[in-house]
Design a protein around this ligand. Sequence first.
Ligand SMILES: C[S@@+](CC[C@H](N)C(=O)[O-])C[C@H]1O[C@@H](n2cnc3c(N)ncnc32)[C@H](O)[C@@H]1O
Length: 218
Amino acid sequence: MSEENRKTLNVYDQTAKVYLSNSIAHDAIDPEKAKRKSMNLKVFLGKTFSPLIDHAKIFEIGSADGETAKYLRRIDFDVTASDVADDFIAEIAKKGVPVVKFDAMTDEFPGKYDGVLAWRVLVHFTPQDVERLLVKVYDALNNYGRFAFNVINRETREVDCEWVDFPGEYHMGAERFYCYYREEDVRAMIAKTKFRIIDFHKEGGDHRNKWLVFVLEK
Ligand SMILES: C[S@@+](CC[C@H](N)C(=O)[O-])C[C@H]1O[C@@H](n2cnc3c(N)ncnc32)[C@H](O)[C@@H]1O
């Protein structure tokens, strides 16, 4: 695990409650946009995981408020949510979603899964962290299991990685570590594994956060 990821997890541990209220405040600024984003994510999740067996076992890394895991559970997947910060874990448990404390860098997956999701999580991983995680997720998946994740596109940024505390509604009072990735760099990392890329798209609007979304199959 990189020192940068470890320190960022410490920030989440101390500021998870701020993160949760920021998320609500952010959605309230433009409710229509928030609704659209949530709908797009739901469509993507359905498309990505529905071809798996009925009641497929899905593990979500870095669930934060647990809303995504809650949705996957509602559409009948056997979901395990996870995070590292205790306040996130408490929030997820309140929503009735099975949750475990899990650091993707240092902990072993508690079982085998048909799907793994890391949504807006690898933004806090160095390239070496990502490479390690790819191998770890591959080992935790059943045959034909799927790993869906996204990263922020490097082309929209001036640097590879940086410590940031965003202004406005994302302000946390402490900097978190972010890394940005070129599509070809992620493809090169995936090529070192036994995963097949079965879906890829770019998303994001006119702001700087362009996302590269990958779906891999074992
Ligand atoms: C930007 S938030 C995204 C949360 C949620 N997935 C979403 O899309 O709303 C990043 C999340 O990644 C988690 N995270 C960062 N590094 C992690 C690690 N090594 N293991 C597990 N979770 C991690 C943080 O705790 C935080 O919940």
